[in-house]
Unconditional design. Sequence first.
Length: 310
Amino acid sequence: MKLVAGNSNRPLAEAISTYLNTPLTKCIVRRFADMEIFVEVQENVRGEDVFVIQSTSAPANDHLMELLIIIDALRRASARRITAVVPYFGYARQDRKPGPRTPISAKLVANMITRAGADRVLTLDLHAGQIQGYFDIPTDNLFAAPVMVQDIREVFDVNNIMVVSPDVGGVVRARGLAKRIDAPLAIVDKRRENPGESEVMNVIGDVRGRNCVLVDDIVDSGGTLVNAADALLEKGANSVIAYITHGVLSGGAVSRVLGSQLKELVLTDSIRPTEAVENAHNIRILPIAPLLGEAIARTADEKSVSSLFY
Ligand code: R5P
């Protein structure tokens, strides 16, 4: 097995390498003066089972292009099998046409990864599970839920927890986590009753006196989370904490979280945490390398990956 890393999240790739006790393959991924990307794999990979670790996080286009070019280099170097390990799959929110004459960018990106030469894809908490079907190659969509559940059990009295989906679209994900800890489920339903009026946050479920755990795949601007936390506290929740797989945290998101009523925001390191994230007193990172590393080991050994989640 060989592990190759792009530049999007070197610490995660190194942590996976430590878990697997397999060094990262020497590989140069750098820019020419005009910012085109150049890749040179500096070890023989002929006949090898190669895993390329690269989240397509911001700057998404650069990181995606790095991934494609690394895959191309490996294919031309006669790697036996190439697995694109994409802990955070960017462009996933563009998974359907929201209106006429708009693209389905998630499908386009899936096509690009496949055409570049990937044989398999390993990813984590896809925005929508159906995106697996955008690839015509085997795609394993891992869940961060077991890692989150272990943390929740360590940090909370699970008897008083209410798992909450911050929007209607995330109900399936939140329900999955609620089932694992045998907790009830509430939903924040965001609605604009009439055009031009501001959104109303309705909470479905009785959250009075509960320690609420918001669960979502992505925190981007932080708006969804912060507004949901406000609505829950207004309805009498005791405290609100959030478990989110992918900390996109663009723009002023970290400041928004810092200034919010969220007791804590817990993220995985599928996206490399910025300095601001690392310094934020109410943001904590859960390492995801053991889960990814185990899934890589099982893929290499042709063992079951789904059994990680029973
Ligand atoms: C949307 O469907 C996603 O699951 C997240 O809820 C969303 O991307 C969060 O975005 P923001 O943090 O900008 O509100």
